[in-house]
Write a protein that binds this ligand. Sequence first.
Ligand code: ADP
Length: 272
Amino acid sequence: SDGRAQREIPFAQPGSLTKVYAIASGKGGVGKSSVTVNLAIALAQQGLKVGVVDADIYGHSVPAMLGVADQRPTQVDDLIMPVPTPSGVSVISIGMLKPRRDQVVAWRGPMLDRALVQMLADVYWGDLDALLLDLPPGTGDIAISLGQHLPGAEVVVVTTPQEAAAEVAERAGTMASMMHQRVVGVVENMSFLPCPHCAETGTEHRLEIFGSGGGARVAETLSARFGYDVPVLAQIPLDVSLREGGDAGKPIVEADPTAPAAVALSAIATRL
Ligand code: ADP
């Protein structure tokens, strides 16, 4: 210990008015970070004050997706100021706590726990309406730490339609429940590719690249297991502009809000 008294996590205090949502998945690459940033902006578009904590030790891709790839937080006394982004949400990333950007985060349980607490307690978030956490995929140390520090956090599980993805997503959901967190819903991403030639013929075929049913399966399994309704909050199609928006640091709900993928992502914000 460095001898300092640890600051309390404001979101864990009984009177906190901030809704905390953890975005979880069973495995990487299913679109968890994309859902996090777009949901954050959709909530901000409703007029809410939103913060994002990028706790994905493997990816920490959230700052780039929000257009602040190389920015570092400033410090005022011993408080860290979250990085403001062009879309109005503020962000702190576990990648920003590393001395060098190219350094690999090879921390283990206790250090990860401290990093998480630092991002929650030592960052000056102000009065937030919503705080979103992008968790690492799986059921690891960060998920356990979060459950211990913020049992009141609500969890959104992201999966693809694929059987193997759904199975590991169920485990991530069950883990959240073991930490006494409520799973508020499932987002099925990469649900289908709208047939690119259908516009010419007036049809609307869907190519089910990753199969179908994963989101519904996770929702049904978790509902049965927990004894409360865990709905499918959205089915998000594959969309090149979703990927491009992430790469360009301008998420699709802002860059192309009428695209079906953006509409589906925005709908999550109204259903939470
Ligand atoms: P995760 O956080 O689960 O690892 P990401 O959100 O980083 O996943 O997504 C992985 C890659 O897939 C990113 O390049 C992202 O832009 C892309 N992607 C995610 N969802 C979609 C989608 N619905 N359509 C097209 N590309 C997507």
